[in-house]
Design a protein around this ligand. Sequence first.
Ligand SMILES: [Zn+2]
Length: 205
Amino acid sequence: MNHERGVQTRHLGPEPVEYILGFGPDHSRSSRHPEYGAVIGHELTHGFDDQGSKYDKDGRLAPWWSKQATKQFESRVACVVDQYGAYEPLPGLRVDGKLTAGENIADIGGVKEAYFAYKTWESENGAAAPVAEGFTNDQIFFIAWAQNWCFLSTEDFLGRQVETDPHSPGMFRSMGPLADLPQFAEAFECAEGTPMAPKDRCEVW
Ligand SMILES: [Zn+2]
């Protein structure tokens, strides 16, 4: 294991895997925002997901939106349900778009909120020196977000997770919100119409 300039290298298999560490006084904002900022954004967005949106300002289960707003919201949620429902963690095994809708809405909103918070910080303070050579700060932001969800699991675990867990499997928590954020495609120059730069993106918040 090697620590240098905020990059940790772990030898987990034949190739070393580099992790951009998110926390530490000398670590870049571009890696802290997607790890800690996105978690805070995720939790805030839950207040306005498919369940949280049904509660009023006093926490009572009392729908308070106009009919028009509710209709618009429902069509945006349906977009997220379809997006994640098309993801296949294993051949023939699809994510349950409805079961995971609230968590996916919170992920999509959370990473976007963290990204714009980071860009605001950058515009006020100037860009920090990137912590990993060869990557821009925007690229580091997105890599650090993806690394939140780096894990190994058995096929049995994935099968159980898809059936019972309202969270999508990590690989889709990583890529789903980034496919919906045009700044990701810009940062990595993804051609339009490819999986990470779809023509139609989902946007709830
Ligand atoms: Zn959540």
